[in-house]
Design a binder for this molecule. Structure first.
Ligand code: ZN
Ligand code: ZN
Length: 376
């Protein structure tokens, strides 16, 4: 699995992220079949990671992420001393259950909770293993700058640990207020943070600059051309008026696809098929016309890996395949563990018989970047 390029630690803004080298079982993606204990931060992150990829409620996972963040900057001696004296819970963000996990980890014990979770650690879907192994990155992910649950540094670190060469950070655009969409000013600030993270990563993994930009009612994109031009990859998605009549919806989507800034058409039907957000029918549009435009423009149709989306539906996936579209298998992760959901997308693409070379996320970073900049 992925190894950390270059340094064993990196700083990004005021958030210090330290790898736990030498504490036994370093990364969240390491399989712990041997039952070997990890250091306390790695144990907490591993628990959160495994819960997130199972789509457990974020409220329950937050405690583990917060506790990891709390002890990360502390000297190992202090964590150990507090574990021994039972004073971990005096620290903000650590309660009895996370304190118990930390204490176990300090004592070289794999916490019971993690032992149970490890049983869920295998592939999330079957049938796509070969393709999954060929995926080099992910073009769609969210951080706590918009509606994701974790800092972008944690998303990057987990992507690295999963073996990705690149992850595109695609927080939402301004009009999506419910998701805390980024204004041009906030996005500008975020780009500075992304630069700082990359400077500390040493090169073999890159956090790429991106956006999930709203497709407005008239097919225009919800960010300035200037700002869009500063990004590496742009995913365009419909998030409002999903029940628009097919005629105007088709025009709207084709308008976005024809925009030279657009690289990926995100979750094209907007449907929800399962999960706690309820069900939502797919938007109505002329799929042949939209996918033909995608094929002509070299815009990738996203295979959204979230199990509650399964978007596009199989018939549309096959239509896009037959029309010669490119594809992008993306996680649309809102938490680090959800980055692992690519298993689902890989299984669906394999089932649909899509040529891996038409899947842009199998491409090397430089080829991907060249493609993404080709229409500007
Ligand atoms: Zn979206
Ligand atoms: Zn998204």
């Amino acid at each position: 699995m992925g190894d950390t390029p270059g340094a064993s630690s990196y700083c990004a803004g005021d958030q210090r992220v330290r790898r736990e080298r030498g504490c036994g079982g370093e990364t969240v993606s390491d399989q712990s079949a041997s039952g070997e204990a990890r250091g306390p931060v790695a144990t907490l992150r591993r628990i959160a990671f495994l819960m997130e990829r199972q789509r457990e409620e974020s409220r329950r996972i937050e405690a583990f992420r917060n506790a990891a963040r709390t002890i990360l900057p502390l000297p190992e001696d202090e964590v150990r001393r507090r574990a021994e004296t039972g004073t971990l819970t005096e620290l903000a963000g650590i309660g009895p259950s996370t304190a118990a996990v930390i204490t176990d980890a300090c004592n070289g014990i794999v916490p019971e909770r993690l032992v149970k979770l490890e049983k869920t650690a295998g592939p999330l879907a079957t049938g796509g293993e070969e393709l999954r192994a060929r995926l080099r990155g992910d073009l769609h992910s969210h951080s706590d700058w918009s509606d994701g649950g974790s800092p972008l540094e944690e998303m990057a670190m987990t992507a690295m640990e999963l073996g990705h060469d690149y992850l595109v950070l695609t927080d939402h655009s301004p009009r999506l207020r419910v998701a805390n969409g980024l204004s041009a000013e906030r996005l500008t600030r975020q780009l500075g943070v992304v630069d700082a993270v990359n400077e500390h990563l040493g090169g073999s993994f890159t956090l790429l600059k991106g956006i999930e930009v709203d497709i407005l009612d008239d097919g225009s994109l919800d960010q300035t051309d200037e700002m869009l031009g500063r990004l590496d990859v742009r995913v365009a998605s419909v998030h409002s008026k999903l029940r628009m009549d097919a005629g105007p919806m088709t025009k709207r989507m084709i308008g976005a696809v024809r925009n030279p800034h657009t690289n990926v058409l995100g979750h094209c039907t907007g449907r929800l098929v399962t999960g706690n957000r309820g069900m939502r029918p797919q938007s109505q549009f002329d799929a042949r016309a939209v996918f033909t435009a995608c094929a002509e423009e070299g815009v990738a149709v996203e295979i959204n890996s979230r199990p509650e989306r399964r978007d596009p539906p199989t018939k549309l996936l096959e239509l896009a395949r037959d029309l010669g579209c490119l594809f992008s298998i993306d996680s649309d992760a809102h938490a680090p563990g959800q980055l692992d959901m690519l298993d689902h997308g890989a299984a669906r693409a394999t089932e649909a018989g899509i040529d891996p070379d038409r899947i842009v996320t199998t491409w090397e970073r430089d080829r991907l970047l060249e493609w993404a900049a080709s229409r500007l």
